[in-house]
Design a protein around this ligand. Sequence first.
Ligand code: G6P
Length: 581
Amino acid sequence: MCGIFGVTGTAKTAADNVFAGLKNLEYRGYDSWGVALRDTEGIQITKQVGKISEGTMEGSDAYEAVGHSRWATHGGVTLDNSHPHRVGGVVVVHNGIFENYLSYKTKLEDEIDFKSETDSEVIAALLHIEIQNGSSPQEALTHVSSLIEGRFAILVMFDSMPGIWAVRRGSPLILGRGGEQTYIASDIPAFLEMTNVVNYLDDNQMAYLHGVEVDFWDLLTGEEIEKRNIEVEWDIESADKGEHPHFMIKEILEQKETIARAINQDKEQIDAFTTALKKAGGIYIIGCGTAHKAAMATEYFFAQIAGKKVNVVAASEVESFKTFIRPNTALVCISQSGETADIMEVVEYAESVDATVLSITNVASSSLARASTVALPVKVGPEKAVASTKATTGQITIGFLLAHAYADTFTKGLGILLGAAANINDMINPRYEEHIESVAKKFKDTENLFIIGRASLYPIALEAAIKIQEVSYIHAQGFAAGELKHGPIALIEEGTPCIVLGDDQETISNATELKSRGAVIIGISTTEQPVFDHWLRVPDAELAQPLVSIIPIQILSYHFALLRGHDPDMPRNLAKSVTVK
Ligand code: G6P
């Protein structure tokens, strides 16, 4: 949530680089943006409401700059609420939430003329007071960080001395070490075009970037620490839209190859993962949003393939089940970004009780991957569109593979997945997309849309609803096929579109019940059925059917978004990486 990026060094391109690099973090938030740059005149701030990709910034000779792309939490989308925030000689950009900020804001209101409604400005105010009272930047940051409850990452510039200070607790910050410049960002893509050599800042650590040098301290002990330079493997090209109008469609089409990449796991890692699962007294699989639906699909795979009951809980709901996370529990975290706050909070709890943390994540360098005993990489490359597509199928693929590994039928699972990947490759073609677009045109003005699925297609019905909602803003809801008649069927009227996943007899009976009440049926299945008014064919993938069934819905959602005039890559109110609770 919120992208932050800072650059120091000898080259006078810091502000230009921050402005360019921040665009690569826009998926973290795109309500407003701002840059603070330091040149010979001092620190100057530019802010604009709206997307940074649509913004403009004048050129400058800055050798240091910090920038921020905002997803509003405290205070609406206004220029005053945009970052950076300046109080006295202190300029701050902040990602995260200062949960107890109000108590400090109230105390300081007589002393400070607050310009915004944000929690972030209170951090700047507290730092300003510390500096006024004679603290050094390091002392001020150490003390103020200890006052903040909640997860955060901040970058700070002081009028009184050059350089950028950074502190992290709970929200990611990664340094990029280049030649003439040093970078610090909430995500690697901000500086990937400049360098792939990184240092990870861990929780409760502070960094001071001055020129191309960086000093690191442990925030709690005050001791200086050394950091190792690590080379990361990221493919710049795959973070680019290429010839496609949007990342979403590019990423949907990439599934022709990405599923095969996800299948191609290191067998030793898979074995280590399953050994940990087999040793565990209980297995909890957690995730948020789409990843939670991939977790649910995995729950079905374990039941159907391995005869093993696993527990699936949305990460934000784990609190009620915490007592069941014990030293012999295996916690499996599914997360595209590996930074989602709700997940990281459970991970921290699991670590505190010595439970085993395992993960399936697309960002091998993420906080989650680094906290895991075994982290299986989803390997689909950077996913930029807010609506998850290729990461979803990558996660489902690995869930399926793990269920087979657990059942000691790994090779069989591999065979099914390879067959599905080949069929998906054939399925995704321009004619298929045109057909789905023609269906989207028929239903683009609908207010409601329902999706039903049975067994492992039930989580896909839920995921289908998320996909349609988030980019088209149509009210879409997914149900277990048999559950629809226990209430929601009252919502069906003449012409209500209903998507039916699967062609098994019971689901077709449910589709018939819907049709008798006026519903128009869009079937997604391997065979065409008389009850279908429209049919989107998918190949037979045996028990891996969830994998193939979500793809036509992704394409449908994309076309709904375009036909309704929305930006599919940056839907309203959403962000890709949710690092606040
Ligand atoms: C946000 C994104 C979703 C994603 C969820 C979990 O809500 O918009 O697409 O599924 O976060 O993110 P994660 O990175 O943990 O998979």
